[in-house]
Design a protein around this ligand. Structure first.
Ligand code: ZN
Length: 409
């Protein structure tokens, strides 16, 4: 079996034509353009003999090519994009899965193969990522998302209802008993391009610590307050940003001050309050724990030094999610066979993926293709077609190796 990489690339271009405009991809989940993309997929599936298509309670699409056993290998990903997004995130994973399905459907199989198109991976409209996959994985709390609204004021439950999805019964969607879940994605970062490599095995997803940190000092006159008598909340926050960077570099993770607000925010007044959000990510729980401890200590020291108060609020946290070691080895082997690389790259993913939800319960792995300039979630998102073809074939080979391993007596 071989994945028809040229056909996959043609499919990606067709999706770009149907669901993009001059500003990029517009396949935002629960919108008409997203449905256009899903209709394209339905038509493609329609043309494959022996495949049945269902939709679960969470709005995820499942296409099944039955095998002799009830053991499932799952391929696919998500068709939805951010607004003004790129042509490859995440269409590449669904189109790659489609080509695996197309190649295998006519063959006799020991295993049942399923292609999934998760509903709303990006959370672009309502702010909750991995919606469909978390519902199926049993980690979605409906009450935690019930109040979410889009920028038109439409509530998430109403938008779901328009798409025949009921927030309160979404959780009845269930993952089958998955023997292996395989997902192909663009890297969305610069590491493969920098290394001159087309593809990599992904070892897991970074964990995240996200906090709001509020520094409170004293507002006073910009002209008449001597430098040594100031309690400048902005300067404390600024120093804190440097401390977060230092810690991330030292511990091998990443840290971002994403939002900054300062009050009163007047040119002639020292800021009394400065609130920032900090997003820290790392691949091991130890790194993440150390990074958080570093910045908490730094915040206390800076606050004492600047004469301001500091207050922490946790926004979100998720543990790092390592992928299945055996499948990671197979993914590396598949990439190596296609590239001739004896030591193919193994990377953690800084971004979260539906695969992370599945990996909580079932053996999971991803393959990355390179990303031009490391850009994603942008109309500039791209991957050289040669690299795409290598990654697509490696993904097909990963399926073969995985199916071989699972069906071995
Ligand atoms: Zn994606």
């Amino acid at each position: 079996m071989g994945v028809d990489a040229a056909r996959a690339v043609a499919g990606l271009k067709e999706l770009r034509r149907r669901t993009g405009n001059e500003d990029g991809a517009q396949r935002v989940a629960w919108t008409d353009t997203w449905i256009t993309a899903r209709d394209w997929l339905a038509d493609e599936l329609d043309g494959i003999d022996g495949v049945t298509v269902d939709r679960d309670e969470a709005g995820n699409t499942w296409a099944t090519a039955p095998g002799e056993s009830e053991r499932f290998v799952i391929v696919g990903g998500h068709l939805d994009s951010v607004p003004d997004g790129g042509w490859l995130d995440g269409t590449l994973n669904v189109v790659a899965g489609l080509e695996v399905l197309r190649a295998l459907a006519p063959e006799r199989r020991a295993l049942t193969l399923k292609l999934v198109d998760w509903a709303d991976e990006e959370g672009a409209r309502f702010g909750r990522s991995l919606l469909g996959s978390s519902a199926a994985a049993g980690t979605l709390d409906p009450d935690a998302v019930r109040q979410l609204k889009d920028n038109q004021g439409i509530a998430l439950p109403d938008a779901l209802k328009e798409n025949d999805v009921d927030l309160d019964t979404m959780g009845e969607a269930e993952l089958p008993d998955i023997a292996a879940y395989l997902e192909l994605h663009i890297e969305q970062g610069p590491r493969l391009e920098e290394a001159g490599k087309p593809a990599a095995a992904v070892i897991g997803c970074f964990g995240v610590e996200r906090h709001a940190i509020k520094f409170t000092g004293k507002a006073s006159h910009a002209g008449s307050t001597p430098m040594n008598l100031r309690h400048d909340a902005f300067l404390a926050a600024g120093r804190f940003g440097f401390a977060a960077r230092e810690s991330a570099i030292a511990r091998g993770g990443v840290a971002t001050i994403g939002t900054v607000t300062a009050e009163p925010g007047i040119p002639t007044i020292i800021n009394q309050v400065c609130e920032v959000t900090l997003d820290q990510r790392a691949f091991t729980p130890e790194q993440l724990r150390d990074m958080l401890a570093d910045v908490k200590r730094a915040a206390d020291e800076i606050a004492a030094d600047e004469g301001v108060e500091v207050e922490w609020t946790r926004i979100w946290q998720i543990d790092p999610i390592p992928f299945d070691e055996t499948l990671v080895d197979l993914a590396a082997q598949a990439v190596g066979e296609l590239t001739g690389d004896e030591d193919p790259p193994r990377l953690p993913s800084g971004a979260l993926h539906d695969a992370a939800e599945v990996a909580r319960r079932y053996p999971t792995v991803m393959v990355f293709s390179s990303s031009t300039d490391g850009v994603s979630h942008s109309p500039r998102e791209d991957t050289p077609e040669d690299d795409l073809r290598v990654a697509l074939r490696a993904y097909g080979r990963l399926y073969e190796l995985t199916a071989g391993m699972i069906s071995a007596p």
